[in-house]
Ligand binder design. Structure first.
Ligand SMILES: Cc1cc2nc3c(=O)[nH]c(=O)nc-3n(C[C@H](O)[C@H](O)[C@H](O)COP(=O)(O)O)c2cc1C
Length: 416
């Protein structure tokens, strides 16, 4: 009976345990979690989502208050087009987070950064280029291009001295998205080093419509695999979304996948950024407590717990402090939904906005409880305390369970 440890992810001469912990913003996949994956010989991701606020929290920088101070006069305005990020500060935040993480790295594994194109930051091209190149500057092992087609991202990095040596990959949810990416970058003579194929059961934003239930990971992986064989393209494929046991992972590795990307099981790891109290909500969730909705202003469907405190919140848009989802014209669909509601109920002090969510604020505060579809199985992966609460676990325990388990068994953490 094979286990994950019988396989290796190969990048040139390097061999890794074929387990990649996916990027989870905002600071859900912390440096601590990514470092554990690398120490254990796999691949961990940090996320570059909202890094100025993340570094304020971890390293006592003052990026958010300095931006808010600069744009304070605009707080009550509906028009957010003047609210821009200082590129120097974006670079500084990325440098700091990546440098500190890479300095702490131990072991034979790798640390990648997840970079979402949909964080358009009121200046999509410049901010994205700054984020990508700053991560390369500080020696990140690799970059996973996420949440978007990233048709221009390779070009943005092509003059960087590390463009050909860092591992660069992309997340796709269809063959078409991959074909577009390859076609657009054909002239650069540089293929992606890996392709994460994310199916409809993943957490965070989905690369599908609200008809996500019609799709399944296995079929998409098979289709992409057949295409790569036909085109004689040797690019490692890394399926993601709903791979819950070591045996689930083996079923992909044994049929040609290079590794698996997993996340949901690690949302209840001690090293994960989700606060312990919120992790209890993840443990307690039943399948009916999880939904895919259109509340994210990015326009992509997103999966979350129905109980997320951010749902229905009518908080004033916080773009002067955050503003990560402002498009290139300074618009965000939460602002529109908020203004509509304010116009309808001018006399009410605390409105509720049901159409969209202020994702920056609620992700930053861990009030948008995004999760994978199989979150309802987390309760079966741990022990209960005498008071009925669930034990969170060391990331190492979960990693080793994926690495060594067979027959869909899940080892419970040691008794405490
Ligand atoms: C809480 C949570 C947050 C996530 N955030 C992101 C993100 O910021 N960017 C991204 O590309 N994927 C994100 N994902 C997707 C994961 O990186 C991963 O590909 C996927 O969830 C794997 O499926 P699994 O959770 O069923 O193991 C997130 C997943 C979870 C569970």
């Amino acid at each position: 009976m094979k286990c994950v440890d019988d396989f290796r992810l190969r990048f040139g001469k390097r061999e890794l345990v074929p387990i990649m912990i996916g990027g989870m913003g905002v600071d859900i996949s912390t440096a601590a979690l990514a470092l554990e994956a690398a120490r254990l010989g796999g691949v961990g991701h940090i996320s570059d989502a909202m890094l100025p606020t993340v570094t304020d929290r971890h390293y006592k920088t003052k990026f958010v208050s300095s931006k808010l101070k600069q744009y304070k006069i605009n707080v009550l305005e509906a028009d957010k087009s003047i609210v821009q990020f200082d590129l120097g500060q974006v670079a500084e935040a990325t440098h700091l987070h990546v440098r500190k993480t890479m300095e702490a790295k131990r072991g034979e594994g790798m640390i990648f950064i997840n970079c979402m194109e949909k964080l358009t930051m009121n200046s999509p091209r410049e901010t994205l280029r700054t984020r990508l190149c700053s991560a390369l500057d500080e020696g990140i092992d690799g970059i996973t291009l996420a949440a978007g087609l990233h048709l221009g991202s390779f070009t943005m990095m092509k003059s960087h001295p590390r463009f050909r040596d860092a591992k660069l990959g992309i997340i796709v949810s269809s063959l078409r998205a991959l074909q577009l990416f390859l076609r657009k970058n054909a002239k650069l003579n540089r293929l992606p080093d890996y392709v994460v194929v994310e199916g409809p059961l993943a957490g965070g934003h989905l690369g599908f419509g609200m008809d996500w239930e019609k799709y399944d990971l296995r079929s998409i992986v098979n289709e992409i695999q057949a295409y790569l064989v036909a085109e004689k393209l040797d690019i490692p494929l890394i399926p993601a979304g709903g791979i819950f046991t070591g045996s689930d992972a083996v079923s992909f590795l044994a049929t040609g996948s290079a590794a698996v990307q997993v996340a949901t099981r690690f949302t209840v790891a001690k090293e994960c950024g989700i606060p312990l109290k919120v992790q209890q909500e993840y443990f307690k969730a039943s399948e009916q407590d999880i939904e895919v909705n259109m509340l994210s202003p990015t326009g992509y469907p997103m999966r979350m717990l129905k109980k997320s405190p951010g749902i229905g919140s009518g908080i004033r848009p916080n773009c002067e402090a955050f503003g990560y989802i402002l498009d290139g014209n300074g618009n965000c669909s939460y602002i529109d939904a908020y203004n509509r509601e304010m116009a309808l109920y001018p006399e009410i002090r605390k409105i509720s906005v049901k159409e969209k969510m202020c994702l920056c604020t609620h992700m930053r505060n861990y009030d948008c409880w995004t999760c994978g579809h199989l979150t309802y199985r987390l309760k079966d992966t741990t022990r209960r305390n005498p008071d009925g609460s669930y034990q969170s676990m060391a990331a190492e325990h979960i990693f080793h369970d994926y690495q060594y388990s067979t027959e869909h068994k899940i080892a419970l953490p040691p008794e405490i």
